[in-house]
Design a protein around this ligand. Sequence first.
Ligand SMILES: Nc1nc2c(ncn2[C@@H]2O[C@H](COP(=O)(O)OP(=O)(O)OP(=O)(O)O)[C@@H](O)[C@H]2O)c(=O)[nH]1
Ligand SMILES: [Mg+2]
Length: 207
Amino acid sequence: MAARGPLRLKFLKSAPTVADLPGSPAEVAFAGRSNVGKSSLINALANQKRIAEVSKTPGRTRLLNIFELDSEREPHPTVVDLPGYGYAKVPKHMQATWGPMIEDYLLDRESLRCVLVLVDGEVGPTKLDVAMLDWVEHNEIPFQIVATKHDKVKSSKRQKRKKDLAYECGVDTKDVIWVSAAKGVNIDTLRGRIVGWLNEKNPDQSH
Ligand SMILES: Nc1nc2c(ncn2[C@@H]2O[C@H](COP(=O)(O)OP(=O)(O)OP(=O)(O)O)[C@@H](O)[C@H]2O)c(=O)[nH]1
Ligand SMILES: [Mg+2]
């Protein structure tokens, strides 16, 4: 398949709740623990250095950051960078609000076509990652596991790591997309998948 070029993303706004987000015909969200590489991956997909900020201060990452895709489809499809979970330096009371905020988003956002659950490829899934995967599956939210930082896993260990990570996440090895934002691994493949989800019609609409 021919390379399709970067996703043309434009930052729209940071919203405290799902009710503050603009309408969207189709949306893909990036979820995962803090530092897993969500913002770096969005930057790599857009082929831009700082469309989504990398390693922001925890306060700002408590918001839903929404981007619009410049495409022929009107209104434009969107991409959301969700706040990272499990950041140790975030005060307890803020960690307590993370769960409901993300849960509300994932349960209430009608335009959501797929949530990408990012798992650190070097570290493997944490308890929180496994809990998140169980939760999205239980709530029948369409999801895709993406393992990040492929470049940090030694090539001699990759095969075993790929098998182990998928097993620990409860899926087949072929169901995990491995990426490296730093080295550009599988970024094109993931772009293609994202464009596919963003072109999906709302299953509730007959037209
Ligand atoms: N080696 C390597 N480092 C990466 C890669 N992707 C991200 N990083 C690094 O991992 C750190 C965290 O990346 P972010 O993109 O800020 O992570 P995040 O998930 O957006 O974090 P929060 O916004 O806090 O939730 C940064 O230092 C990145 O440079 C990768 O593919 N390879
Ligand atoms: Mg981020």
